[in-house]
Design a protein around this ligand. Structure first.
Ligand SMILES: Cc1cc2nc3c(=O)[nH]c(=O)nc-3n(C[C@H](O)[C@H](O)[C@H](O)COP(=O)(O)OP(=O)(O)OC[C@H]3O[C@@H](n4cnc5c(N)ncnc54)[C@H](O)[C@@H]3O)c2cc1C
Ligand code: FES
Length: 289
């Protein structure tokens, strides 16, 4: 069991947890993730390590409620426990002095990009971060991103905070005003990562994206997270999750991620109906948490 020491909503539906996990906290590197299972019969879900404190033996994760398991996870609080936390998994981000790096974070992707942005800054890069969200309430980690960036640009889809537009508008402006960009890292919705990739491809700017296929075991055995990179099958859990954006087949990623949409929707609807019937979250999963 892994104890939750702190739990706090950063935005509606987005919660940060501090977990007691000393072994993972000591080993983890930026860009890596853990796979969680909340209860015995529960599904396994991958979540990026947002930060860690090796001395305290803790790691932070930031989770957005999307379907049943993430809703259930975000119903937990300090003092509760998570059954399994496996990790650190995946290849760490490549950290070296590239020059000027643009880090693009969309939605909860900002939390996933943060540790890599911080490491790139520590490695001596000039870091320009672009953070985008649907509206003001959903802008997360502004202070943290500002601390690790030489420049922080913020966009909201509805214009309710800073500047109306998409993260790609800001990236286009940087490219058009002649900023010499040596590397772009984009983390967020697939459509955003694809748009960034198409934009930088034309100018041959090296671009990395962190892919989010469905994962099950996280060890390269089940094949669940197969992605098509440069025409070849790779497993995001062991070969990624970061890949050269210009080699990623985003269409296959979208298609594979939507394979279980009906079952996922039904599972979430059943869970919400159970909760609306004034049941506590643990009564809505087999065997309790
Ligand atoms: C390497 C990696 C790191 C991630 N880091 C974060 C993070 O830091 N914070 C965060 O909020 N989310 C993160 N995600 C996404 C998160 O894993 C999914 O949102 C979660 O699994 C959804 O589960 P669910 O039961 O709530 O939703 P479901 O209703 O089961 O699914 C909703 C959607 O989530 C995705 N999904 C479902 N199951 C999985 C699975 N086992 N593996 C991957 N994706 C799945 C699919 O696109 C699916 O259509 C990450 C995904 C990957 C692959
Ligand atoms: S999650 Fe099973 S092979 Fe990657």
């Amino acid at each position: 069991m892994f104890k939750i020491l702190e739990a706090k909503f950063l935005a509606p539906g987005i919660k940060r947890f501090v977990l007691e996990a000393p072994r993972i906290a000591r080993k983890q590197k930026p860009g890596q993730f853990v796979i969680l299972r909340i209860y015995e019969e529960g599904e396994r879900i991958p979540v990026t390590i947002e930060n860690s404190d090796p001395e305290r033996g803790t790691l932070n994760i930031v989770v957005q409620s999307i379907g049943k398991t993430t809703h259930l996870l975000n119903s937990l609080n300090a003092g509760d426990s998570i059954l399994d936390v496996v990790g650190p998994l995946g290849k760490p981000s490549e950290i070296e002095k590239f020059g000027t790096v643009v880090v693009v974070g969309g939605g909860v992707g900002t939390a996933m990009a943060y540790p890599t942005a911080a490491a790139l800054k520590r490695a001596g890069n000039r870091v320009i971060s672009i953070v985008g969200a649907r509206n003001k309430e959903l802008v997360i980690l502004e202070r943290e991103m500002r601390e690790v960036s030489d420049e922080l640009l913020i966009t909201t889809d509805d214009g309710s905070y800073v500047e109306k537009g998409f993260v790609t508008d800001k990236l286009r402006q940087l490219m058009q005003n002649g900023t010499k960009i040596d590397l772009v890292l984009a983390v967020g919705p697939i459509v955003m990562m694809k748009a960034v990739s198409e934009m930088t491809r034309k100018d041959g700017i090296r671009t990395m994206v962190s892919l989010n296929p469905i994962m099950i075991d996280g060890t390269g055995m089940c094949g669940g997270c197969r992605v098509l990179i440069d025409g070849k099958s790779e497993f995001a859990c062991v070969d990624g999750p970061e890949f050269d954006a210009h080699k990623v087949n985003f269409e296959v990623l979208v298609q594979r991620n939507s394979m279980y949409r009906d079952a996922e929707q039904k599972s979430l609807t059943d869970f919400k109906e159970c909760q609306h019937a004034a049941q506590p979250a643990e009564a809505c999963v087999p065997g309790g948490r």
